[in-house]
Structure formats: C-alpha cells, structure tokens
Ligand binder design. Structure first.
Ligand SMILES: Cc1cc2nc3c(=O)[nH]c(=O)nc-3n(C[C@H](O)[C@H](O)[C@H](O)COP(=O)(O)O)c2cc1C
Length: 213
C-alpha cells in the first residue's frame, strides 16, 4: 500500500511528531511505501491565491473555483501544489496527523486541503463527480489527532459535543465527497497533560493500529 502522511505540528519533538515517526516505522516494517508532507517543516503556504494559477484565464476578476476547475484540465497549478497533487495521485491512503486547534485541524492543514484537493481534482461540479463518483474513488483517508481536552468533554452530551460530529465537515464533506473511504479516526485525548508512560502506551496502541491497516 502507498501512504501519504500529512503532518501539521510546528515542533519536531512533539507528541504528534512522535506519532508520525511511529506510523512511518510501522508502515515500513509491514512493507508499505510512505511519503511525508511535513507541512510546517516544508513551510507550506496555506494561502489560496491568484499566483496558484500560472495560466489564469480571467485577469480582471479572480474566481478561485473557476480557475481551479480550468487548471485541473491542463495541470497549470503552481509547482508547490503540483508536487502535492502528485503525492495524492500516487497514494492509496492519506493519513492526516494533527493537534486539534479550536476543534478543527490547524489552519496550515486546511490550507493544504484548499489548495491541493482543488475543485476539478478531487471532485468535479461540471460532471457532477462527487461521493459515489468522486474522483478519489479507490483511495482511503484517516484522521489521527490529539486533543488537550478529556474524552468526556468531546463525547455526546459533553461540554464540547461529539468530536466525530465536529469533524464530519472533513471526513464526510471533504473525504467522502471526493469518493474516498474514511477509516476510523485515531484519537489521543488529553495529550498535553499526558505522563511519559501514558504517552508510550498510546504510541504502542497507534503502532498496532497502523500495523493492522
Ligand atoms: C491554537 C490552539 C488551539 C487549541 N484548541 C484546542 C481545542 O479546541 N480542543 C482541545 O482539546 N485542545 C486544543 N488545543 C490543545 C492541543 O490540541 C494540544 O495541546 C495538542 O493536541 C497536544 O499535542 P502535542 O503534545 O503534540 O502538541 C489547542 C492548542 C492550540 C495551540
């Protein structure tokens, strides 16, 4: 299996980075191939902008949606987007690794989605290609993330509400929309307050999960 691992954490010694290391080692041990997009280390630019489209059609008015659909036909995206698109095309599975920021993924990762999983690339409104006919049919996606808050707070009836529901804007409205199968999320709750032993246990739990993919 070919796996694209997308990490959004600014600290290479963080628990999220340790999860990434654990996963990449486990994937290699199982004979899978993996590529990494370490967004902060790459200084990935999350800002969708006119220069993303070097062969921009309408110079008077910038409509990112229409430019993306046109660029998807010719591949005329900026080099940083094209590089990431090639990794996505190559991958069977996309794993998104991040700390929860305000009950969502960090902005740098959302920016990667906005720019890389562009209209016309993952779905096509012109040909009505979405969900069952999404352009990434055959691929899978998985979220792997940490929270500061305890599980009870992110459960149904808890103060924040069910975390899975909050993330449906990504798992359903982005991944399934593009035709991907969504694997169950891997969640480490209260990661910021975690003792070293608990961290080791969680990494082992993650190693097992990745090995069983
Ligand atoms: C800007 C920001 C927003 C955050 N928002 C949340 C949040 O909404 N819910 C939550 O449980 N934790 C939140 N946190 C805490 C992080 O999720 C937590 O510190 C992280 O998951 C720990 O992983 P790490 O040790 O790899 O950094 C936030 C942290 C930051 C910096």
């Amino acid at each position: 299996m070919k796996v694209l691992y997308i990490l959004a954490h600014p600290e290479p010694k963080s628990f999220n980075a340790a999860m990434k290391n654990t996963a990449l080692t486990a994937l290699k041990e199982k004979g899978h191939e993996a590529k990494l997009s370490d967004l902060y280390a790459m200084e990935f630019d999350p800002i969708l902008k006119a220069s993303d489209f070097p062969e921009r059609k309408n110079q008077d008015f910038f409509n990112p949606f229409l430019e993306a659909i046109k660029a998807s036909k010719t591949g005329a995206f900026s080099p940083d987007i094209k590089e990431e698109m090639e990794k996505v095309k190559w991958a069977d599975l996309l794993i998104f690794q991040f700390p929860i920021y305000f009950t969502a993924m960090p902005a740098i990762m959302k920016g990667w989605i906005d720019r890389v999983l562009a209209p016309g690339f993952g779905f096509n409104p012109v040909t009505n290609s979405a969900y069952d006919t999404g352009l990434f049919k055959g691929k899978s996606a998985m979220l792997s993330f940490t929270t500061g808050a305890p599980k009870e707070m992110y459960s149904e009836g808890g103060a924040h509400g069910d975390i899975h529901k909050h993330l449906e804007s990504v798992t359903h409205c982005i991944f399934e929309f593009m035709g991907m199968k969504v694997l169950p999320s891997f969640i480490v709750y209260e990661a910021s307050a975690m003792k070293r032993e608990k961290g080791t246990e969680e990494l082992e739990r993650y190693r097992k999960r990745i090995s069983e993919l």
